[in-house]
Every structure is written in structure tokens, then in C-alpha cells.
Design a protein around this ligand. Structure first.
Ligand code: ATP
Ligand code: MG
Length: 149
């Protein structure tokens, strides 16, 4: 399926803004030349919703969540960045295992399946997922996909 990544991402941003906590704001920005991408929109939507839900859940009030998409040459890059609780270094290697939860989640509820699903869907679409995080500082998840020329 070819679809417009900008309107697609704007729609998800609006939807997810309704799920935020007090004074959390989701900012969407796009850079790139063209707007059409070739991916499964339902799988991709599920991935983005999982990543933004995590950003909302693992951040406090009064915070920004940045969602960026970048389409350059034959690559689509999507990024979800928060200033939340972060992920301890020692937990980062296990993030995509089913039922895994980091040690700093306290009483924040969750099953530990979201990122396993994201990882599977991204793999199905031939992409990669990456995480950069610092405890007590914030987390960035990046998805990359090669696009047909
Ligand atoms: P659910 O299955 O409902 O998504 P979950 O959010 O606990 O439950 P995942 O989304 O798979 O599970 O995330 C796994 C773990 O990774 C989380 O429990 C949390 O410890 C950590 N994590 C994921 N995203 C973030 C984030 N943005 N900030 C801080 N920790 C995160
Ligand atoms: Mg989750």
C-alpha cells in the first residue's frame, strides 16, 4: 500500500493526544521531499501507537513527546522521543522480549508485550527498530524502513 505518511502521522498524533495525561503534548514534525511511503499502514499504526502510548505512560505531567518522520532517498525514519523515566542501561538489551519490563516501572501497569509486537511488525515490514535511553532523562525509539525507488 502506498499512503501519505504526513496525513497518516498527523491523524495518529491527534488520536494519541486524547490519551495524554495532564499537560502532555505530542508534537509531530515531518522532513523530506515526497510524502508517499510503501508499507502496511495497519501494522505501522499499531507500532506507532505502542511507542507513543509508552512515551505517555512512562512520562510525567507537563512534558513534550516528539514524533518525527523523515523521508530521504529510499529511507523512511520514524522517531518517538520522550523526556520520561528512561530505561536502565542493564535492561535495554531485553526490551523486545515478551513480558519483559524494566526495573524502574514501579507501579506503572503494563504487560511487557507492546515492544515485542512492535519488533515483530517492524521485522515483517523489513525494517529495524532502535532504542536510545537514559534513566531519569528520556527515551527515543527509532524505526527505519527501506523504500522502493
Ligand atoms: P504493554 O504490553 O501494555 O505495552 P509495557 O508498556 O510494560 O506493557 P512494552 O511496551 O513492551 O511493555 O515495554 C517494555 C518495557 O520497556 C516497559 O515495561 C518499560 O519498562 C520499558 N519502556 C518502554 N518504553 C519506554 C519509555 N518510553 N520510557 C521508559 N521505559 C519504557
Ligand atoms: Mg507498552
Amino acid at each position: 500500500n502506498w499512503f501519505n505518511i504526513i496525513s497518516f502521522a498527523e491523524e495518529i498524533t491527534e488520536e494519541m493526544q486524547l490519551m495524554t495525561k495532564e499537560n502532555q503534548h505530542i508534537i509531530y514534525e515531518h522532513t523530506g521531499i515526497t510524502a508517499d511511503v510503501y508499507l502496511d499502514p495497519n501494522l505501522l499504526r499499531n507500532c506507532i501507537i505502542n511507542l507513543i502510548s509508552n512515551a505517555v505512560k512512562y512520562s510525567g505531567a507537563d512534558t513534550l513527546i516528539q514524533f518525527n518522520t523523515r523521508l530521504m532517498d529510499n529511507q523512511l525514519i520514524l522517531e518517538v522521543k520522550d523526556n520520561g523515566i528512561g530505561i536502565p542501561q542493564t535492561d535495554q538489551k531485553n526490551l523486545f522480549e515478551p513480558f519483559f519490563r524494566a526495573h524502574n516501572t514501579g507501579d506503572i501497569p503494563g504487560t511487557g508485550l507492546g515492544l515485542n509486537i512492535v519488533n515483530r511488525y517492524v521485522n515483517l515490514m523489513g525494517g529495524t527498530v532502535n532504542c536510545v535511553s537514559e534513566q531519569n532523562n528520556g527515551t527515543t525509539f527509532t524505526l527505519s524502513f527501506n523504500q522502493p525507488a
